[in-house]
Design a protein around this ligand. Structure first.
Ligand SMILES: Nc1nc2c(c(=O)[nH]1)N[C@H]1C(S)=C(S)[C@@H](COP(=O)(O)O)O[C@H]1N2
Ligand SMILES: [Mo]
Length: 250
């Protein structure tokens, strides 16, 4: 069919201009109205309630895709950076007595085991080189070593605990704390980590023990684990309380 040009009179053009400009104004007004209405909503754990609802829904939705067979991409050793960025020092007070450190493993109320670093190092070692991602927008390919949480859990008879919904990790001074859903914790790439680049962890990177959990953003990789405990309810979480996503999955 031959193309037919559309000729509009200047009156029609004027009419179209008025209509599109009016629609534009109405859209802006609606956007301002919606924004103001959102700001009036109560906050829930640091986030406006409608946004918090979306974040909570994300946990349920994306949790369905987490699988032990779905591994985070790994890299060859030469890709690992030598100068690993240090980010975040909450809960890492100077008074820390590294030599006297023992992991407080709270299996049940009134049943706390103290585990030494040597005992943890005696378990089979797993290494991982992956792209560590911080929600601030940077990422780095880094090399870590430690014991798989699932290996640790089997060694310390945490069968009942592994049936629970969450694990809580807290620094010795209680200044930083995270809650992790159990499926992510039991993922085969999740490590109780004591080595970086084949050497003991530096103090500011979590010596003696930190979490490395490649299925999550950096905020969940708690450095300097003091206490580990288990619950069915969500444990307290430092960044969640500031309005961030609890799940923080990748
Ligand atoms: N104890 C503690 N652990 C922490 C943080 C912190 O402030 N305190 N920050 C987290 C954040 S936001 C990131 S991105 C990573 C950074 O780990 P790195 O310092 O080894 O690069 O640690 C996480 N673990
Ligand atoms: Mo981060």
């Amino acid at each position: 069919m031959p193309y037919k040009e559309l000729h509009l009179s200047s009156k029609e053009i004027k009419k179209k201009t008025v209509i599109s400009f009016s629609v534009f104004i109405i859209m802006i007004a609606l956007a301002i109205f919606a924004w103001k209405a959102l700001q009036k909503q109560p906050t829930e754990d640091g986030a406006l309630r409608p946004l918090r609802r979306i974040l909570n829904y994300n946990e349920i939705f994306f949790g369905n895709f987490l699988s032990k067979n779905h591994l985070t991409k790994t890299f060859p050793l030469q890709d690992a950076v030598k100068n690993v960025r240090v980010n975040g020092g909450e809960g890492m007070s100077d008074e820390f007595n590294a030599a006297g450190w023992k992991l407080k493993l709270v299996r049940n109320a009134g049943d706390t085991l103290l585990v030494t670093l040597d005992e943890i190092k005696a378990l089979p070692k797993t290494e991982i080189i992956f792209d560590f991602k911080c929600i601030e927008g940077w990422s780095q390919v880094t090399h870590w070593g430690g014991v798989r949480f699932s290996d640790f859990a089997n060694k310390y008879d945490l069968n009942a605990q592994m049936q629970m919904n969450y694990i809580s990790l807290v620094t010795p001074d209680k200044g930083y704390y995270v809650g992790i859903d159990m499926p992510s914790m039991l993922h085969p790439q999740t490590l109780l980590c004591y080595e970086m680049n084949g050497k003991p962890l530096p103090l500011n990177q979590g010596y003696p023990l930190r979490l490395i959990i490649p299925v999550k953003y950096g905020i969940k990789h708690l450095k300097r684990i003091g206490t580990m405990s288990f619950s069915n309810m969500r444990p307290a979480d430092y960044w969640y309380e500031q309005g961030y996503d609890y799940y923080s999955g990748l």
